[in-house]
Design a protein around this ligand. Sequence first.
Ligand SMILES: [Zn+2]
Length: 180
Amino acid sequence: MDKPTRRARASQTDPEVQRVVTEFWDTFDQPADRYVVEHTPPPTVREAYLEIYGRPLGGASRQFPRPVDKERIRERQGNRCLYCDELIGSLVLRRNEPIELRTAWDHFIPYAYAQRNGHDNWVLACHLCNLIKHAKMFQTVMEAQQFIQARWVEKRIERLDPALQAVLMRERMAAREITP
Ligand SMILES: [Zn+2]
């Protein structure tokens, strides 16, 4: 058995802690706006937040990143979605139809959950991954990526071959020039 002093380190593996955290995340599959008012994150979640962001939970002000932060985040991620790694503005197939990936500003720790959204909490995502992630909470970015990419398969969203991508993008650009 782990001693209490090792509880923080044990949070990745301790089944009881895992159960508490999983139940907590499941709650956010329900509408979060009603729930956020009286919600207090459990200690395990506060530990995870502190570990990822190096500061405690608390405070709340912004709905979107400031323009200067948007530029910084876009540059840091090379204008790619954190979860699928596709370029924003590129095309993917959804049920065999091309769809353009649009910008979404995502809280890695969701707002409903963290009750704060300082600029260090923001990541760039495509709108498809953002919809899938919704208000779910993940311990690590890799965990979020694996979850979301599994949903891509279920929702029949597929990456495009780069050559096909180029052809489709040219067609769309041409169509835009013709259609005022
Ligand atoms: Zn994405």
